[in-house]
Ligand binder design. Structure first.
Ligand SMILES: C[S@@+](CC[C@H](N)C(=O)[O-])C[C@H]1O[C@@H](n2cnc3c(N)ncnc32)[C@H](O)[C@@H]1O
Length: 276
């Protein structure tokens, strides 16, 4: 007989539902990235994406500067910037991602990077303690973007620079709604991706001056994209249903198309450099 709360082997696992509090979200993030840490460490898109090269080009290269990489994951941005600055601190909420980052640092012999566990919305650093801050492919997991940007401005020296990459949605609401639904099914720790115009407003509200803003497009194979996030078969079915039933204009706006028998889409990202 099954006890209350237990499940038989052939029942599907309990479905992860959207977070209802900051603590739930922190748990969802750590569960999602904790089990997928190695996939993120070896994912070519994460390790070598052109958005990473673009971010590393936009940030200054100066051996006197200290950089904080927020939501560093397995450290791809930290490693891209380490040769160009004095020191990099990589911060992330998920211990397993940091274990992978430390393993990669040892493997590559990178000596000027250290990793710290912490929350992007409550940075464990003194005011004005970094010359540069970066954050790549993560703010769409944060519960409160204004608070995150306020933390960025707090830890930056006056005139310090903040480089951002994050996924963004089309300005058209139906295109944005489809991408948000797709992302939430792919990764339950997804909260909300801002449109380009919303990022501009958020920077302005936080007192960050935009020095550069561009849209980066990366064509991605949908199955590979689902694999990196470890999407189970039930959620895959929901994703196919979502795409089948979506308005054709919204599907086209996100660049979903078939190529050589594989479904692909256009991942849109904002790439920005701002000054405190
Ligand atoms: C898609 S990974 C991106 C990692 C890395 N920046 C990169 O470009 O490869 C997102 C990361 O955000 C982290 N994260 C999510 N919410 C966070 C928060 N509130 N504070 C710190 N890290 C967070 C996750 O643990 C995960 O490692």
């Amino acid at each position: 007989m099954l006890e209350a709360g237990s499940r038989s082997a052939d029942q599907p696992p309990a479905r992860e539902v959207a977070a209802t509090s900051d603590e739930d979200l922190a748990r969802l993030v750590q569960r999602q990235f904790g089990r997928q840490a190695h996939s993120y460490a070896v994912s070519p898109s994460h390790a070598e994406g052109k958005d990473l090269q673009r971010l590393a080009e936009l940030l200054p290269h100066d051996p006197h500067l200290r950089l904080l990489d927020i939501a560093t994951g397995t450290g791809h941005t930290a490693f891209a910037m380490a040769p160009h600055v004095r020191e990099v601190v990589g911060l992330d909420l998920t211990q397993e991602m940091l274990v992978e980052a430390e393993r990669l640092a040892r493997l590559r012999g990178v000596g000027n990077v250290r990793f710290v566990r912490g929350d992007a919305l409550d940075l464990p650093f003194a005011a004005q303690s970094f010359d540069l801050v970066s954050c790549r492919r993560a703010p769409h997991h944060f519960a409160d973007i204004p608070r995150f940007l306020q933390q960025v401005t707090r830890v930056l020296v006056p005139g310090g620079l903040f480089g951002l990459v994050d996924q963004t949605t089309p300005e058209s609401q139906s295109g944005a709604d489809l991408m948000e639904a797709f992302e939430k099914l792919r990764d339950p720790s997804h909260v909300h991706a801002l449109k380009l115009s919303e990022w501009q407003q958020a920077f302005e509200d936080a007192g960050l001056h935009v020095r550069h803003l561009e849209l980066d497009m990366e064509e991605r194979d949908v199955l590979d994209y689902l694999d990196v996030a470890g999407v189970d078969s039930g959620r895959r079915e929901e994703i196919w249903n979502l795409l089948r039933q979506a308005p054709p204009a919204a599907v086209a706006m996100n660049g979903f198309h078939e190529c050589d028998g594989r479904l692909r889409f256009e991942r849109r990202r904002v790439v920005a450099l701002t000054a405190a």
